[in-house]
Design a protein around this ligand. Structure first.
Ligand SMILES: [Fe+2]
Ligand SMILES: [Fe+2]
Length: 299
């Protein structure tokens, strides 16, 4: 799966796209189904956090000010910051203190998690299973990030977003994609093919198009589009971490879909250089850790 995604509809200054009213959006390389084009924009506060945090010298008080403008959003950021998901040891009561203590990358991770929860809404069991897989991938990506010399918060953020295309397809084409996700598939390739047959795009292409349309940085486009390609030494570290996070989430029992040919934990690690594979956590230890941290998202 290596189609390039281009041709997102023009965005307004507020980051909203003009609705596509009549038919699917035909780009240079792929046709995007119309209902996907008409999904609501990503949470505006999270989008502002993402945009401001592109400047590593941003005044963190400005980030706090943006989030405090939406009290419900700010409250949920604080709730998650104090939860077992992120494991900070002392309780933070005020958002601007949390921002100062946690720093730019963690605040971005929190803001995107809150926005993803809002995007997901009160979905049914299919969307909850997809969300659980994305969250497990994020936690695993963070846990293994040190082995690839990447910030844990950056790895987490990419992991939580990697399957946004699947969530987008469930939200926009529930009746078409739901049956695809709830039946068993031989492997990932078979699943992606079934998605394309049902709605014309697979979740990688859908996700890459969505994050491009929401004006996320280019590294998100690549991870969404390419995370099911085979592991390669040439992959950027973040992409490699998410490929592993997604496969290990499946191997640990946090798969979004049932596969007949699902790789075991040890088999996923077999493709890595031995000195890196040996440094990975034990399977049970990682599964327990993911379960403990996901409890915060499910409370
Ligand atoms: Fe995926
Ligand atoms: Fe995944």
């Amino acid at each position: 799966m290596s189609q390039r995604v281009v041709g997102a509809p023009a965005s307004t200054a507020a980051g909203h796209s003009a609705p596509v009213t009549e038919q699917d959006l035909v780009t240079d390389t792929v046709t995007i189904p119309v209902k996907l084009c008409n999904l609501p924009p990503f949470h505006s506060v999270a989008n502002q956090v993402l945009s401001l945090s592109a400047d590593p010298n941003i005044d963190l008080r400005r980030l706090a000010f943006v989030m405090e403008g939406d009290p419900a959003f700010a409250a949920e950021v604080l709730f998650l910051a104090n939860s077992s998901l992120f494991g900070f040891t002392s309780r933070m009561q005020v958002l601007r203190h949390a921002v100062a203590i946690l720093g730019l990358d963690r605040i971005k991770a929190l803001a995107i998690t809150v926005a993803m929860r809002a995007f997901m809404g009160t979905g049914g069991p299919v969307i909850r299973t997809c969300w659980r897989h994305s969250a497990a991938c994020a936690v695993i990506a963070e846990e293994i990030s040190v082995l690839f010399d990447i910030s844990g918060d950056r790895a987490y953020t990419m992991g939580i977003m990697h399957d946004i295309g699947r969530l987008g397809l469930v939200k926009s084409y529930s009746a078409d994609i739901g049956p695809v996700l709830t039946r068993e598939h031989q492997d990932t390739e078979a699943l992606l093919k079934a998605e394309r047959e049902a709605v014309n795009v697979d979740h990688g292409i859908a996700g890459s198009w969505l994050v491009k349309n929401w004006e996320f940085p280019a590294e998100f486009h690549e991870v969404c589009a390419r995370h099911h390609e085979p592991l390669s030494d040439a992959d950027p570290a973040l992409l490699k971490i998410v490929k592993l996070g997604c496969r290990l989430a499946d191997a640990l029992g946090f798969s979004a879909v049932v596969f007949r040919d699902s790789a075991a934990y040890a088999k996923v690690l077999k493709n890595l250089p031995p000195h890196i594979a040996r440094a990975f956590p034990e399977e049970e230890e990682l599964r327990d850790n993911v379960n403990r941290r996901l409890a915060a998202l499910e409370s």
